[in-house]
Design a protein around this ligand. Sequence first.
Ligand code: ADP
Length: 607
Amino acid sequence: MARPMGLALAVLLVAGGAAFHVLSGLVVDQAREDAGAFLSQAEATIDDWLDRYRALPRLYARDPRIVSAMAGDPRPGALDDLSRELAEWNGIAGTSDTYVMAADGTTVAASNWDSDISFVGRNFGFRPYFSDAMQGENGRFFGLGTTSGLRGYYLSAPIRQNGAILGVIVVKVSIPALESVLAESSHPIFISDDAGVVILSTLPEFRLTTLRPIPEDRQALIDRTRRYDLARLDPAPLSDMRGAGGDWPLVSAPVRGPAEARRTYLQTDRALTGETWRLHLLYDVGAVRQQLWTMGVAIVAAGIAIAALAALGLQRRERLIQRLADRERDRLRLERRVALRTVALSEANARLEIEVDERRAAEQTLRQTQNELVQAGKLAALGQMSAALSHEFNQPLTAIRTYSENAAAFYEAGRGDRAAENIGRVLRLTEKMAQLSKRLTRFARRSGDDVGPVDLDQVLSEALALVAARVDRSEARIEITGDRGLLVQGGATRLMHVAMNLIGNALDAVPPGRPPRIAIHIAARGGKVSMEVTDNGTGVPEDALPHIFDPFFTTKEVGKGLGLGLSICYNIVRDFGGTMEARNRPEGGAAFTVTLEAAERLPVAAE
Ligand code: ADP
């Protein structure tokens, strides 16, 4: 942060400096131009003003009254008349004095002839304007009036007649009058003569001061022409400030008003055309300084504003970078956590897959075991039925033997019809035995895992046929009620096993001495088919009800029951997508309900 700030500050300083340099250059140029314009204006004013008087002596010199007066007019009082005339002209032209000098330098007529300081009779032959005119030139001279002590500008012209110079006419113009015209200028103005003496100035302090020391030979000339009193000339109150203003010609000068106050000016000067004078202008640089100062302050303020903005921008940028870095760090942290989690998840997934495999294998084993159990159960049932079955087979066998013996006897006795009748009975009995044998074989066969539509009526009739002998022996009565001709989702042999189990348990539950009454009620409802097997037995003890479908739960004595019957039935029904429930009936006895999905298609061979 420190380094870019330092760099920015340096750039700002350089840019500020350059801006100030360029702008101040423009301001200074403007000031110079301004000063030049003021100078030109002042020059034009002076020129105009002088022009008003320059031609006057030449014009006057041509006047016949002057010429004749100078030619030695014999008329008495002629010069007095001329003085009167001159006074009039002087008044009209607004000049200070107008007078005529004879060829020896003596004033013969003057506009101030009747005043205390009359020039008449006075000799000004020492003045250059006289000698110049006498030599045929138009004279010009600045000097202090020898009688008035006032600054004046003397303009002269030779008075000629027939080529001869008779005398000189002089017009004196008041310098203070010109000063008051120039006083309106907003910048001090002064005029210096060829000797470097300030002859005119809008600042009184400058009047009759020297801009530079006057060389001795010049001093002698000034003395001789009585231009001004050298002893009273002080140096101009100007101090050169060139050093302070670079290449600016700066000077310090007093200001009008309270004493001691000084101001800095830009000094410019130029030669006045037609004169040996120089016109000087002191251009007040206060306004320029003020402008430069304001500009400097504005640049510094702009610099500060830019610096503040830059600092703000940098700070923002810094904050943004910090925020991005924070975000990046968070992102990396998150990525690391995600990676760790992913590893953990992959491990968990792998473990889960192993577990699923194990579970599948266990299920497979369970199903196999269950099938084994079903098979074992069936064989056990067959075992239980074996006594009844042998009776079932012995009875018809005995009958077959009897009918066969009868048939043989009738055949021998020639009673063919009776013999045939007995053989017919034998045939029916063997048919019955063959059916029973087929049922047993079907029952004992291992069942598959398939599930499909099964005819519930057929299943029940097969089961009842197999338990018929036991039913007969126990004088039980089994009644089937409700809907008929229904198809359910299941396997025929496994469902027969379930039905036989429920019927067997019901027969077991009825205490001896009471004829068992078993009702099988079938009902179809909402896509389901329920089969409820009820008995008139003892019912299930209440505390045994929650465990009745648990494997190896039995209330029967050792050797009579394994406690696997209901557990296997429960699993078979669940495999078919059905449910199995047990409850005690309020009127006594238990009720077992098997609910299965109803099937619509005709049964195929699902076992
Ligand atoms: P097991 O018949 O070998 O005991 P089950 O699983 O078939 O095994 O029956 C478990 C127990 O449920 C039986 O011991 C008996 O107590 C009870 N039980 C089953 N059916 C009935 C029923 N219809 N009435 C009363 N109790 C029954």
